[in-house]
Write a protein that binds this ligand. Structure first.
Ligand code: FCB
Length: 446
């Protein structure tokens, strides 16, 4: 079999987020987040699960950094819980909360692991949701103040920053579908939220530059390559709308300084579109150092008049699925990377998430032989490598996830980790996929 070797210094990593692993939801002065609120409402999360304890990473982080070291990762992507640092979302910081991140980051650096820090991975302080959340422009100012404090405390130790994780999900799943926090169901609100998130992104990038740090800063988008279900004109148009909705709505203002005109027109004819000023667009268009790409699956779009919001539906193609019900399409990753490279001027890319949920079973020897996950990763790594061969400027790859964790509305029913977590005992077991990934990192290929 052909050997696959990645470029020298390729950044192999794993990713997590604060709410999904930390637990300690009201310790050491931490404030309530919209996820603390949302998960405690009966019926919102599978099995009534919450992130109150999760992987108890807040207390077990030293052990977890040891595990990261054992895995041999070059970099670790984590996020900061805003309400741990600013319990009210603004005002005076909670020193004890910040301490936790300072200690964690120091430990990573001491172990030769590059921290990649996401400022916002969905856990907004509830106090800010009480004044309208991201739909309120004032929250952009509070986000900037929060970012300033975190940059000041951690900026000299952290080489990679991510302003936001998946603004599409925050906007549309959180404020239109209502399936994740804050659970609002209004499309115009979702559009307004998407715009304010993007402005806050640009403001954080400008602030970071102004403060004179040497590291890199970017944003992470969940991108979904969209294929028409047939070659009919209607399906091709519908797939274009799907691409506009998921991808171009975020990519175009960031890289081209303008929202896609087809989508602006589509939305304007149906809902209230937020006021967008020239100044907003300039801020969003502030140059970034890299684009973070989260890739899990692709879309196959069929025109279906009357189906809100795009007059379209996603149709199954018969491919194998992960436990999340997401179709496995490794070639979609290749297509996406090549397209980003072409349409957005060779931008530097990091895959900030890719991975799969499967129903892991501990065998009689106490091991987890998760071949499905290994196979999923193998096939996606091959496609990423092929994209690099074809000129894509891909510099790193973070597997989602380091640990099994709290998978939002699915609670603990979906396991994504390279490391198994026994939630009753907090015991960690490296899965077969994790043992294989360790070798991939060591050999910079396979
Ligand atoms: C992404 C999220 C991440 C994780 C994966 C499975 O949408 O960014 O937190 O839940 O999905």
């Amino acid at each position: 079999m052909q050997r696959i070797v990645f470029p020298k210094n390729f950044l192999w990593g794993v990713a997590t987020s604060s709410y999904q692993i930390e637990g300690a939801w009201k310790e050491d002065g931490k404030g309530e987040s919209i996820w603390d609120r949302f998960t405690h409402i009966p019926g919102k999360i599978a099995n009534g699960d919450t992130g109150d304890v999760a992987c108890d990473h807040y207390h077990l982080y030293r052990e977890d950094v040891k595990l990261l070291k054992e895995l041999g990762v070059k970099t670790y992507r984590l996020s900061i819980s805003w309400p741990r640092v600013f319990p009210e979302g603004k005002g005076s910081p909670n020193k004890a909360g910040m301490e936790f991140y300072i200690n964690l980051i120091k430990l990573l650096v001491d172990n030769g692991i590059k921290p990649a820090v996401t400022l916002y991975h969905w856990d907004l302080p509830q106090k800010l949701q009480d004044i309208g959340g991201w739909a309120n422009k004032a929250v952009i100012d509070y986000y900037e103040q929060y970012a300033e404090y975190v940059f000041k405390e951690l900026g000299s130790m952290v080489p990679i920053w991510i302003t936001h994780n998946e603004p599409w999900v925050v906007s549309f799943e959180g404020n239109w579908q209502g399936v994740i926090a804050p659970g609002i169901t209004d499309f115009s609100t979702a559009l307004l939220v998407s715009h304010n998130l993007l402005v806050s992104h640009g403001r954080a990038v400008r602030l970071y530059r102004k403060m004179g740090f040497k590291g890199e800063i970017g944003i992470t988008l969940n991108l979904v390559p969209m294929y028409p279900a047939s070659q009919s004109e209607e399906d091709i148009e519908a797939a274009k709308r799907g691409d506009g909705f998921y991808n171009r709505w975020f990519l175009d203002p960031i890289f081209k300084g303008a929202y896609p005109s087809d989508m602006l027109e589509w939305y304007s004819q149906r809902v209230v579109v937020p006021e967008i000023t020239r100044e907003d667009l300039e801020i969003i268009n502030t140059p970034i150092d890299f684009l973070g790409v989260n890739y899990y699956s692709s879309g196959h779009v069929k025109a279906e008049p009357g189906i809100w919001p795009l007059d379209a539906i996603n149709v199954p193609t018969g491919r194998d699925k992960t436990d999340s019900g997401w179709e496995i399409n490794p070639q979609g990753l290749y297509d996406l990377l090549v397209r980003l490279h072409k349409d957005y001027k060779g931008i530097k890319i990091m895959i900030t998430e890719n991975g799969a949920a499967f129903n892991d079973i501990i065998n009689r020897e106490g091991n987890i032989e998760d071949d499905c996950r290994l196979d999923y990763l193998y096939r996606h790594f091959v496609e990423a490598h092929r994209a690099i061969q074809d000129g894509v400027n891909l510099k790193g790859y973070y597997v989602w996830s380091f640990l099994d964790n709290f998978e939002w509305a699915d609670g603990y029913t979906k396991r994504f980790g390279l490391v198994y977590v026994d939630y009753a005992t907090q015991k960690r077991i490296l899965k077969r996929s994790g043992r294989w990934y360790r070798e991939v990192i060591k050999n910079n290929g396979f």
